[in-house]
Design a protein around this ligand. Structure first.
Ligand code: ATP
Ligand code: MG
Length: 283
């Protein structure tokens, strides 16, 4: 019999439909507030993500994007508001149930959070310890190879993270998050620090993951090209509030001047960086 771990689209947990019934939103955030002392970072944020949807949350540096994502995975406690995951209100759930819900979420940290003293293989094996049903050695090996194949990094299996380029490190971090086959993926700045070409590759990888595993995702980014490639819908955050929501085309042609100028500035910035990189590689 084929191991449940080796079926591409089958997470090693009960199917989502059984757990959430007809629920179509896997994430619902209502009126979320979070301050640090007298600094109101999130004033009133309401967003939802439908099953299979990829939502990009855009905003300037310091807008509170990472704070938002950390509230979702309970690394930060919101001051007010409701977070509903898979149809369950987190605050009304017991500790064990909360852990169960959070285990179904993969979180790609802004900095990647790799274990630098562990090899690529060991970095990937590490999260497998958290699986409810422990895979055999052979299953572990197949999962590691599958994860590396997904991100085009099979040749690096025995390398150390310090031997990898920035783009390869992002790929490894992505593979390490995906190896547990999460039903929801939260990406915090998956393309930051990468050149535009590598950013595009990572954005396409994220799209590929979504298509292959039917994952629901939130991508936190200020890379509008990444949002255009990988997301179905975009929400813009400004001054602690959601100021716009729509598809890339809708927002790019928004009547709101601030929204349009946000898009124009970032599109020009990407073009300029790509041109500069083209010149460098032509030298
Ligand atoms: N643990 C914390 N304690 C105090 N202030 C914090 C904490 N975490 C975040 N902040 C503040 O909240 C604000 C939003 O931070 P956040 O990291 O969410 O920004 P961001 O939108 O993710 O920015 P970037 O695009 O640069 O990653 C910042 O002013 C930051 O200093
Ligand atoms: Mg951030």
């Amino acid at each position: 019999m084929e191991s449940p771990f080796l079926k591409a689209a089958t997470p090693p947990i009960e199917p989502i439909q059984e757990q959430i019934g007809q629920q179509t939103n896997v994430i619902e955030i209502r009126h979320l507030k979070k301050s640090f002392d007298d600094h109101e970072v999130l004033k009133d944020i309401s967003i939802e993500v439908a099953r299979g949807e990829t939502l990009a949350v855009l905003g300037k540096s310091g807008a509170g994007k990472s704070v938002l994502i950390k509230c979702i995975v309970a690394l930060l406690e919101p001051d007010a508001g409701t977070i509903i995951l898979f149809g369950k209100d987190i605050a009304a759930s017991g500790k064990k149930e909360q852990t169960g819900l959070h285990n179904r979420i993969g979180f790609l940290f802004q900095g990647g959070a790799l274990y630098d003293s562990k090899s690529v293989r060991e970095n990937l094996e590490f999260p497998l310890r958290n699986l409810k049903i422990k895979p055999s050695l052979e299953e572990k090996d197949k999962l590691v190879v599958e994860a590396l194949t997904n991100v085009g990094l099979t040749d690096a299996i025995d390398k150390m993270p310090s031997e990898l380029s920035g783009g390869m490190r992002k790929r490894l971090a992505l593979a390490r998050t995906l190896i547990q086959k999460p039903e929801i993926m939260l990406y915090d700045e998956p393309t930051t620090g990468l050149d535009p070409i590598t950013s595009r590759e990572i954005s396409r990888l994220i799209l590929g993951v979504q298509e292959k595993y039917q994952t629901s995702s939130i991508i936190i980014t200020h890379d509008i090209e990444c949002a255009n490639i990988a997301a179905n819908r975009i929400v813009l955050i400004r001054d602690g509030l959601c100021v716009a929501s729509g598809t890339y085309d809708e927002l790019e042609n928004s009547d709101d001047e601030w929204v349009r100028s946000f898009f124009e500035w970032h599109a020009d910035h990407t073009k300029a960086t790509t041109a500069m990189q083209g010149k460098k590689s032509a030298r």
